[in-house]
Write a protein that binds this ligand. Structure first.
Ligand SMILES: *[C@@H]1O[C@H](CO)[C@@H](O)[C@H](O)[C@H]1NC(C)=O
Ligand SMILES: *[C@@H]1O[C@H](CO)[C@@H](O)[C@H](O)[C@H]1NC(C)=O
Ligand SMILES: *[C@@H]1O[C@H](CO)[C@@H](O)[C@H](O)[C@H]1NC(C)=O
Ligand SMILES: *[C@@H]1O[C@H](CO)[C@@H](O)[C@H](O)[C@H]1NC(C)=O
Ligand SMILES: *[C@@H]1O[C@H](CO)[C@@H](O)[C@H](O)[C@H]1NC(C)=O
Ligand SMILES: *[C@@H]1O[C@H](CO)[C@@H](O)[C@H](O)[C@H]1NC(C)=O
Length: 575
């Protein structure tokens, strides 16, 4: 018996009660052009309410406190749960402005974009005595600057080119330089924390996370391509290779590790916090740079997720060494996974997981940070909803792939919840407890860079009409360029993520566009496959002794099991 199944017993009741909720889903009503425009304008108002309040009450500090209409210089606090080594003399880096730039372009506000770009060009400095989290600073600040630089030099941006002379790229390069000491460890894995002025602190913690080591390649790779200096990409790639070399025989990774010894600290992992963007950056690095190495790692890692973490539409955690299920928890961050599955063509699987996440959203009004599936209850302390984007993000991808108007209804429901529970006079406040909807005095910068952007693009994707982009894990746009790409075919550049003629059933993805490499399946070379999750049974005649002899079904992405008669198949084992 696979380990995951023996743990599934107590979980069933929790899963059952969530399943019953699914029975109440409504059929999709029409979503006409007028309604789409109305929703788009609603999102535009949300963005400006958040942005203008930030500019009025917090800028140039990092983030807005919308209840008290003041600010927090939170860059040094991100990921710093114990609030250690806080800077004494740090007045912020205009974090929320940096995060807003790419959204301003998507919304078509070039005047405000230019104003922001020029302010940062003149006033932003990283020569500050502040200890920051490398991962957070990379995805938010470096990613925000690089994306804004590319958009500023784009012909579409209508930026006054006499005024823009690569200032944001220079800032990005300065920041990238300041990241480099973090990679100076015996393993090449980066320290989680870096002081922007002084490098790695002498007695700095050696503990970091899988996503901390594995989510740097898009920004650092783009920085290298833009500056012509390969060292940024080289350190990020070295860390990624080292991380993958630490996988178990099951192709699983843990969640936390030591950058000096190269050993795992927490061996349980899933697809949520501490790991999520590791998977995301492998497939997106493959899309952006075209190197088969990214695809090969991604594909092995993705198959292991489907095999060891997936249980019907849910994903639990498992021990990397044994594959045994550890925690049966749904976390808000996991809601990005269906969006990633769209990129690899697993549309049916994405659809079913997304629906379950949305049912949890409907049940509570927003998504709780953590829900205990095995006890069918909220986590005792992690009951907050900090306006996270992941469900909106997946909804956007699913709509792009299927054009099913039902996803617009999901978007409408998300927008209505945000306006009724989180909107306050001074911006949008996080929710501290989804049971009471008590608010918290914090407007995270990702609300501007991601939540509003994905909701806007759900109702108006005209920005994506003539170019293909990948979105970083912070929602910043990076265009797909043949000059950055190892083997870009023409169809790929014009037909990648934009998925223009996605009639229902059209699987517009990396897979169906045939840009993924050939794969060996069942001993035969297959020129392309529709789905990335297929794992053949270990014997061609499908005979088996235990479930371990069976693979993953290519159409449903479900694990096949061994029947009493000794054949692999999709025998029902969930419920
Ligand atoms: C931060 O602001 C305080 C108060 O305005 C000021 O005294 C201090 O010099 C500023 N620090 C830096 C590094 O700009
Ligand atoms: C651009 O943003 C500024 C600042 O929020 C706002 O005043 C202005 O109306 C916006 N312009 C457009 C065209 O939306
Ligand atoms: C830089 O900041 C100063 C002080 O806030 C401001 O007066 C100046 O206009 C800013 N520079 C630009 C180009 O916006
Ligand atoms: C670590 O070093 C910092 C300064 O570099 C110091 O403030 C702090 O007290 C030290 N912590 C420990 C536990 O030694
Ligand atoms: C998504 O799931 C729903 C409910 O099971 C189904 O009606 C719909 O056809 C599915 N869509 C896709 C694209 O798989
Ligand atoms: C892109 O897709 C469209 C259909 O969506 C197709 O007609 C066109 O030929 C494709 N472009 C290239 C360059 O393959």
């Amino acid at each position: 018996m696979p380990a995951a199944r023996s743990a599934s017993g107590p979980a069933r009741w929790g899963l059952l009660s969530l399943l019953i909720l699914s029975a109440f889903s409504h059929p999709a009503a029409g979503f006409g052009a007028a309604k789409k425009a109305y929703m788009r304008e609603k999102v535009r108002k949300m963005f400006y309410h958040a942005y203008e309040n930030y500019m009025a009450h917090a800028f140039p500090h990092d983030e807005l406190k919308p209840l008290t209409k003041t600010f927090t210089d939170s860059l040094s606090e991100l990921g710093n749960l114990k609030l250690e080594y806080l800077p004494q003399n740090y007045n912020g880096s205009a974090l929320s402005l940096i995060e807003s730039l790419s959204s301003l372009v998507v919304l078509g506000n070039f005047t405000e974009f230019q104003r922001g770009v020029l302010w940062l060009s003149d006033n932003l400095t990283f020569d500050v005595d502040a200890r920051v989290n490398l991962f957070e600073c990379n995805i938010r600040v470096l990613g925000g600057l690089i994306s804004a630089h590319i958009l500023a030099t784009d012909t579409k941006s209508r930026l006054d080119h006499g005024l823009y002379k690569n200032q944001l790229l220079n800032l990005a390069e300065d920041l990238g330089q300041r990241f480099l000491p973090a990679f100076d460890s015996p393993t090449g894995l980066p320290y989680a924390w870096i002081n922007l002025k002084n490098g790695v602190m002498e007695n700095e913690t050696t503990e970091t996370s899988t996503s901390g080591c594995g989510s740097l390649i898009l920004e650092m790779g783009a920085l290298s391509r833009l500056t012509g200096d390969s060292k940024y990409e080289a350190v990020a790639l070295r860390a990624l290779r080292k991380l993958w070399s630490m996988r178990s025989s099951l192709n699983l990774l843990g969640t936390t590790l030591d950058v000096v010894t190269g050993e795992w600290i927490e061996c349980s992992s899933g697809i949520g916090a501490g790991v999520d963007s590791f998977y995301e950056y492998l497939i997106k690095a493959y899309i952006l740079f075209g190197s088969d190495e990214y695809w090969d790692i991604f594909h092995s890692a993705y198959l292991a997720v489907q095999k060891y973490f997936r249980h019907g539409p849910w994903y639990h955690e498992a021990d990397m060494r044994t594959g045994r299920a550890t925690y049966w928890q749904l976390t808000s961050l996991q809601a990005f996974w269906p969006g990633l599955q769209i990129l690899v063509g697993d549309i049916a699987a994405a659809n079913s997981s997304h629906r379950e996440f949305f049912h949890v959203w409907q049940r509570f009004g927003v998504l709780p940070e953590r829900y205990l599936l095995d006890h069918d209850m909220l986590h005792p302390t992690e009951r907050y909803y900090p306006l996270r984007p992941e469900l909106a993000e997946s909804t956007f991808y699913l709509y792009q792939a299927t054009k099913d108007p039902w996803y617009m209804e999901v978007g409408e429901s998300i927008i209505n919840s945000l306006n009724s529970y989180a909107k306050v006079d001074g911006g949008f406040a996080s929710i501290r407890d989804v049971m009471t909807m008590q608010q918290e005095d914090h407007q995270h910068s990702f609300f501007l860079s991601e939540t509003c952007k994905y909701l806007y693009l759900l109702f108006d994707d005209s920005f994506l009409a003539d170019k293909n982009y990948v979105f970083t894990t912070e929602g910043h746009l990076l265009p797909i360029r043949s000059s950055w790409h190892e083997k870009l075919p023409e169809s790929y550049i014009s037909n990648w993520t934009s998925i223009k003629n996605g009639n229902q059933g059209t699987h517009a993805s990396a897979m169906s566009l045939q840009v993924c490499p050939a794969m060996f399946i069942g001993g035969n070379i297959t020129p392309w496959v529709e789905s990335a999750c297929h794992v053949p049974d270990s014997r061609v005649d499908h005979r088996c002794i235990t479930d371990d002899d069976c693979g993953i079904d290519s159409t449903t992405c479900r694990r096949r099991t061994c029947s009493m008669a000794g054949y692999c198949g999709l025998w029902l084992f969930i419920l």
